[in-house]
Design a protein around this ligand. Structure first.
Ligand code: CA2
Length: 151
């Protein structure tokens, strides 16, 4: 088998992480998130594909790429969490573990609609409210589960 990859996928507006609303989302940027995830993967042989887009069709294409044989998917669906049904359908086609990550605790936000992610019922696990640490924790968990399954 060739090298396997964890796909970390970020969607609308997350390119502005660290720039807008730091009181909610923190001051770390996506580059910091990527660096933290690479540290987790160091020496494991698992590769990283780290992406962000503001376009729904691009995200669907990336999920098709990850559909078969990926090590795992970590996705922050951001606003697609609430109406991105094409992203949801594409996620359901993937055969690997999927962890949904939200920087903020979506159940604690002022706007009640933020707590109603349509993705959550179709993913393996969800991390919400741990800020940028959520991504690296998701990677660590996936590595641990894989090691457990191999033992
Ligand atoms: O907490 C999260 O990670 C969210 O997925 C972020 C989304 C929001 O729609 C979800 O309810 C919760 C995107 C928020 C707007 O985008 C920004 C990104 C970076 C900085 C400021 C805003």
């Amino acid at each position: 088998m060739g090298q396997r990859f964890i796909h970390i996928l970020n969607v609308p507006n997350l390119d502005l992480l660290g720039v807008r609303e730091p009181e909610i989302y923190g001051r770390d940027t996506l580059a910091d998130v990527k660096a933290a995830c690479l540290r987790e993967l160091d020496g494991t042989g698992v590769g990283l594909i780290f992406r962000q887009t503001n376009a729904e069709h691009e995200m669907v294409g990336w999920l098709h790429e990850a559909r078969i044989g990926a090590f795992g998917i970590v996705i922050n669906p951001a606003a697609f969490s609430y109406a991105g049904y094409s992203v949801l359908d594409a996620l359901k086609m993937c055969d690997c573990p999927i962890i949904e990550v939200h920087l903020s605790n979506i159940h604690r936000r002022e706007e009640e609609w933020r707590s109603r992610s349509i993705m959550t019922r179709s993913v393996t696990a969800m991390i919400s409210g741990m800020g940028v640490d959520g991504y690296a924790l998701a990677v660590r968990h996936m590595l641990r589960i894989d090691r457990r399954n191999a033992a």
